[in-house]
Design a protein around this ligand. Structure first.
Ligand SMILES: Nc1ncnc2c1ncn2[C@@H]1O[C@H](COP(=O)(O)OP(=O)(O)O)[C@@H](O)[C@H]1O
Ligand SMILES: [Mg+2]
Length: 225
């Protein structure tokens, strides 16, 4: 599904990614681990086309993304959901409205939105919070609303960049469990994190990145740094 061929990304003549080769198959759950500054976010930004590469090639479903026209990028991005450490929900909108708004922006019709949003909130275990505002929810619940919002486009790939970075242990493991569930339902997931305890519990493929290079790949591996 995703192929990185000798990918190089520079910021101010410094290599943030330094010859990355990576193959992600449909349906996989990948933990991308590494210290702060290792290049995890850069790798994800390249996948969604938010940053351009300086060398090599990235193929998504055999399409070279550097050849995708700017006006076609939104279609590519719609196949990809993304969540971040910093959860940006609309503060004056309920959980339901936050997800509904994302669908409205994409031009979905109201009938469809009204039907879909409860299903998605149910999937993330928050149907009982549908009328709650962000300030009435825990950090973990807010992140699950953000995940619901990302899922509203029915992405084939979900990128989660340090989604548990601001959460305590209990909330963090709720979010990880949800990502695993989403993966089981068929969505490919890439989780970027530096939290070793979480990754060791996941027991899926682990890719370690250090100084912009992939230094280790383990099946059901353990993360040590
Ligand atoms: N917009 C930017 N401008 C300049 N340097 C950047 C920018 N974004 C990232 N970098 C640098 O690229 C490297 C990788 O950063 P990043 O991908 O954010 O790492 P991680 O997500 O693993 O913490 C770091 O050295 C960082 O300082
Ligand atoms: Mg990062």
């Amino acid at each position: 599904m995703i192929k990185f061929e000798n990918v190089i990304k520079k910021y101010n003549h410094q290599n943030a990614l330094d010859g990355v080769n990576l193959l992600v198959h449909r349906g996989e759950f990948i933990s991308l681990v590494g210290l702060s500054g290792a290049g995890k976010s850069t790798l994800m930004k390249l996948i969604i086309g938010e940053e351009q590469i300086d060398g090599g090639r990235i193929l998504i479903d055999d399409v070279d993304i550097s050849r995708v026209k700017k006006r076609d990028l939104p279609y590519l991005r719609r196949k990809i959901g993304m969540v971040f450490q910093d959860i940006k929900l609309l503060p004056k909108r309920t959980a339901f409205e936050n997800v509904a708004f994302a669908m409205e922006v994409c031009g979905h019709r109201m009938e469809k939105i009204v039907k879909e949003v409860p299903k998605i909130l149910d999937l993330v275990g928050l149907i009982h919070k549908k009328d709650s505002f962000p300030h009435e929810m825990s950090g973990g619940e807010r992140q699950r609303v953000a995940i619901a919002r990302a899922l509203s486009h029915r992405p084939v790939l979900l990128l989660a960049d340090e989604p548990t970075g601001n959460l305590d242990e209990v909330n963090a493991s709720e979010v990880i469990d949800l990502l695993l569930k989403i993966n089981q339902l068929g969505t490919t997931v890439i989780l970027a994190t530096h939290a070793s305890d979480l990754v060791n519990k996941i027991k899926k493929r682990v890719i370690t990145i250090e100084g912009g290079k992939i230094t280790m790949e383990q099946e059901k591996g353990k993360y040590k740094l």
